[in-house]
Design a protein around this ligand. Sequence first.
Ligand SMILES: [Zn+2]
Length: 118
Amino acid sequence: MKAGELSQRWNELSEEVMREVAEWRKQHPKVSFREIEEEIDQRLSGLRAKMLSDTASRSVAADWGQEGAEALCPKCGVKLERKGKKKRKLETQGGREVELVREYGVCPKCGQGIFPPG
Ligand SMILES: [Zn+2]
């Protein structure tokens, strides 16, 4: 996915969050400042998780995903053997689960499976 498409998608998502918050406010005219804050935080954490996932997937595509790029075992310093792409689940600070599809490698020396940072 190109950077332009990403920002387009994030724009749409942000607008959706703003529309939803405005709509929610109409339906809940008597909520407290704290409740509004929680509602906005909750909705933004979804957008945040999406941006995290998109951005992290993209940086890997730019690094290890490229032909000829190398990733090393952090313990042994030897080249990882590529094992293709695997799903990796991470949790954001907002408690949302993000699923990334990332290149996965195994160290031929110590046998440890690693998702190279990207
Ligand atoms: Zn190793």
